[in-house]
Ligand binder design. Structure first.
Ligand code: FAD
Ligand code: NAD
Length: 475
């Protein structure tokens, strides 16, 4: 046993690990948090993928590029003319870095305030809940925890014959750091990252082509939503090529030549930059010593039960490292649930009610089951929907694309799922998550007073429409 003893050691300082560490400190545990990330100046950069190269910087660029796009395309309709519009990509990227750095600093202060021992370096779990720490600076050391939480997150998948150099061929890290707007941007994968980062650079002026292996865009939502999304993205200028597989990519004279297969045809396109966004895998490599005893699945995820227990007693794993959606809020809530379970309370997370959001314009958000999943499961349901084009607020804002759809059990009326494509879908989905967590029915939403004029009236009307009594549309 090592000299340093803790109630809890957390490996990985992303939204799973750091939230677990803070909650444990609140519950008076002695906590060690280990995270290996540093910023471009070599300073500790806690917050994981999400804060450093994921959720936060991508949203900073989505917001900046949305301002630019709105000024260019939407202000004239409001009677506002803007002359001499320009983009300073360097300033945009600096602003994004500033937001990230401010939050890194905020976390380091929170660790101090909560008396969490923070180690900037790599942790490796050995036998007996002993963790070997390889610090960024200084000599290696070891510590033992009564409990250990593995929260090492995820890394991007790669594909054969496409080598990422993060200059010409990039992953999410490189796509957040372009120093100028690429004239032509190729993207492999029209999933969440492809659509979000494609939107950023397309709004700033890139010609963007997305290569997607599947025949359908966003099969995670129902066809009415994915078709609406495909139509809107096409109008915006995103060229999404479905049923297309990239065979290889190579850098020739500073450009990226992509060879892809469409049906029986092999074709090529040349780009200034290529983003590879074909999913992510658990970052289990180098995390476990041979004698750790922790079991991995055949996909390299840490095997856990519904309470995030691994195969070793008092070793837990959460977030992107384990099964379930790869989302920051899912990782955080698992962290809290594990720590509260350790403290003898009843930690719980309902994976069925985890909301998803894609931050395109309009945003796409959903929770619970889709119509497809309900049909496959043989569950009878009633659907109600309402378009933003029929809301006074949507029209007043000039953001009236999309709709809300609510699915409720045909017999009990309990809400089983909802999908929103439209303005501020990311915020509005929360109302439906709350209703679902309280086992609410569509009738409950239909009887709640919603302020007028608001976008949330579309939720009210969609709930009324489940019972075919929406007011502002024909039922
Ligand atoms: P991570 O955030 O990956 O954190 C793990 C940390 O552990 C990392 O800092 C890693 O370097 C460190 N680490 C790994 N191994 C070790 C080790 N052995 N020792 C020490 N440290 C180690 N999710 C959302 O919910 N909303 C979004 O808008 C969103 N946008 C995204 C945009 C992009 C471009 C990407 C790539 C992801 C996005 N995600 C988003 C997903 C989100 O980032 C992840 O689901 C989330 O970060 C997972 O949290 P985590 O704590 O499990 O792991
Ligand atoms: P993804 O799973 O969302 O999309 C990957 C896409 O690539 C899929 O549509 C897949 O069919 C396609 N694909 C795979 N191999 C291919 C190939 N060889 N050629 C062409 N297409 C191919 O993955 P992602 O976009 O890399 O994002 C990873 C994860 O990060 C997401 O699933 C999500 O969990 C998380 N994330 C979340 C958010 C958010 O919450 N807003 C944003 C970004 C990322």
């Amino acid at each position: 046993m090592s000299e340093k003893q803790f109630d809890l050691i957390v490996i990985g300082g992303g939204p799973g690990g750091y939230v677990a560490a803070i909650r444990a400190a609140q519950l008076e545990m002695k906590v060690l948090l280990i995270d290996d990330r540093t910023d471009d100046k070599g300073r500790p950069a806690p917050g994981g993928t999400c804060l450093n190269v994921g959720c936060v910087p991508s949203k900073a660029l989505l917001d900046s590029s949305k301002h630019y796009h709105h000024i260019q395309h939407d202000y004239a309709a409001h009677g506002i003319g803007v002359k001499d519009l320009s983009i300073d990509v360097g300033q945009m990227i600096d602003r994004k870095r500033g937001v990230v750095r401010q939050l890194n600093g905020g976390l380091l202060q929170l660790f101090k305030a909560n008396k969490i021992e923070f180690a900037n370096g790599r942790g490796k779990l050995k036998n007996g809940r002993c963790v070997a720490v390889e610090p960024v600076e200084g000599d290696p050391w070891e510590a033992t925890g009564k409990h250990v939480i593995l929260a090492a997150g995820s890394v991007p998948f790669t594909i054969p014959n496409v080598e990422i150099d993060n200059e010409h061929i990039v992953d999410n890290v490189g796509a957040l750091e372009f120093s100028s707007v690429p004239e032509r941007l190729g993207i492999i994968g029209a999933g969440v990252i492809g659509l979000e980062m494609g939107s950023v650079w397309q709004r700033l002026g890139s010609e963007v082509i997305l290569f997607e292996a599947l025949k359908e865009l966003l099969p995670v939502v129902d066809p009415d939503v994915s078709k609406a999304a495909a139509r809107i993205f096409k109008k915006q200028g995103l060229d999404i090529r479905l049923d297309t597989r990239v065979a290889s990519a190579e850098v020739v004279d500073g450009k990226v030549k992509v060879t892809f297969e469409q049906g029986d045809n092999t074709k090529t396109e040349t780009f200034d930059k290529l983003l590879v966004a074909v999913g992510r895998k658990a970052a289990s490599e180098g995390l476990l010593a041979e004698d750790s005893g922790v079991q991995l699945t055949d996909r390299g995820q840490v095997e856990v039960d519904e309470h995030c227990r691994t195969s070793v007693e008092n070793v837990w794993a959460i977030g992107d490292l384990v099964r379930g959606p790869m989302l920051a809020h899912k990782a955080s809530e698992e962290g809290v649930a594990v720590v509260e379970t350790i403290a003898g309370s009843h930690g719980h997370i309902n994976l069925d009610h985890v909301p998803w959001v894609i931050y395109t314009d309009p945003e796409i958000a959903w929770v619970g089951k889709t119509e497809r999943q309900l049909t496959d499961a043989g569950i009878e349901y009633r659907a109600g929907s309402f378009p933003f084009a029929a809301t006074g607020r949507g029209l007043a804002m000039g953001e009236a694309q999309g709709h809300v759809k609510i699915l409720a059990d045909a017999e009990t009326d309990r809400i089983l799922g909802a999908q929103i494509i439209g303005p501020t879908a990311s915020e509005m989905i929360a109302e439906i998550v709350v209703a679902m967590e309280f086992a609410g029915a569509s009738e409950d939403l239909a009887r709640i007073v919603h302020a007028h004029p608001t976008l949330s009236e579309a939720i009210h009307e969609a709930a009324l429409s489940v019972d075919k009594r929406a007011i502002h549309k024909a039922n």
